[in-house]
Design a protein around this ligand. Sequence first.
Ligand SMILES: Nc1nc2c(ncn2[C@@H]2O[C@H](COP(=O)(O)OP(=O)(O)OP(=O)(O)O)[C@@H](O)[C@H]2O)c(=O)[nH]1
Ligand SMILES: [Mg+2]
Length: 461
Amino acid sequence: MQEGEETIAAIATPVGQAGIGIVRLSGPRSLSITSKIFRPRKGRGPLRSHRLYLGELVDPATAEPLDEVLVSYMKAPRSYTREDVVEINCHSGYVLLSKILELLLSLGARPARPGEFTLRAFLNGRIDLSQAEAVVDLINAKSEKGLALASQQIRGAFRDRIADLKAPVLDLLARLEAAIDYPEEAEEILDMDEITDIIQRQVIAPINVLIQEHARRRVWVDGVQTVIVGRVNAGKSSLLNRLLNEERAIVTPVAGTTRDVIESTVTLEGLPLRLLDTAGLRRAKDQVEELGLELARRKMEEADLVLVVVDQSRPLGPEDRETIRRCKGKETIVVLNKIDLPCGLDPAEEGEVFGDLCRVRISALTGEGIPLLARAIREQVLGGETDLTTSQVVPNLRHREALGEALRNFEGALESLRGGRPLEIAAFELRAGLDALGAIVGETTDADLLDRIFSRFCLGK
Ligand SMILES: Nc1nc2c(ncn2[C@@H]2O[C@H](COP(=O)(O)OP(=O)(O)OP(=O)(O)O)[C@@H](O)[C@H]2O)c(=O)[nH]1
Ligand SMILES: [Mg+2]
């Protein structure tokens, strides 16, 4: 493969001042390029694989030493990409790292694209596509649980599950094809009840379980999108700050303080939340506020969870009622705020407006009730389920779509068989289902898809 023959290089650590930085090379010329600028302190001759060498980097043009570094060489195929890989550990700092990268490029390496090291690992068959995707998840993980899931996926948990799903289908397909080739013996080869039972129990049911597990991904890997809404001055920004334990948003007694959406991430009771504070609801006074309100409404529609903040020291207003109406069909918690002040709500009205929505009483000012709110959020999101650590794989959206496609084909095959249609049809549908499953681990994928997946990576990975 042409592309694989090029040697690529990139700065693999975040740019900024830090103790160490790493520049990484992959490809057949990694070692020869490195030898042109690296002088090991001890020993001569070529570097040995999987050893760490202390020495100096020297600019060949000026013979000036650049930095004292540690160099490691991982000979193909025992490396991240299955190609020859060299990692140069140097001091960090943008100028130094760029200078080293520049030298490597001038000696014949080419700059790596984002995710290209991992792409090569995939193209060279070291990892499957679900493992490559998990690398991004690992880097971006928002909770310990998300980290554990990503790490299981990197180790191949998803690939194994897909293999388990494919095995019975491959077996059935072989039998169907035998029956197609030898129609007179078809009855003997195929027991219809047994076959439909296998498809139902060993293929369709487990796929359905995986699809359901996709919903949990949003919780553990992406974080729960939690939107704080309510009337102006209800204390939304105060609640955000309280949950974050920092003064993230401006709080003032002026109604309409927040005009834009303010986003932050926090972990509450082990649950990763993406908190969004929004502009307070009222009749907009100018265009900026109108846009802010529009944005707030949109975020509310996309939310996994809505926290409606109500100032319980005042009677309910039309804005409170409207907010509640908009929450219909959404996971909602009513946060009755300012309980440090006397209650101004009419109990009958309260019951009528909030119905059976979960209500939590807090004071964003004093912090009272915040632990109760945290627990209510966890319960609302996890719906009573407490142990979610059993699942090893949690499909992402791309996997979810492929699983749906596989499911449709397998269900189609089941119907064809039950309806006594020609066996060729069921065989065709089973094969299409297998292809859809194969796409998850990258057995059947096109260049566009790979581009989309790997463009999410950072440079040097
Ligand atoms: N007594 C009391 N005052 C509070 C409480 N929470 C917020 N406040 C006060 O209420 C006022 C408005 O608070 P914010 O947090 O800015 O309210 P908001 O909902 O973000 O307001 P907008 O952004 O204007 O929509 C401020 O003066 C806060 O100090 C509370 O629990 N008790
Ligand atoms: Mg605010």
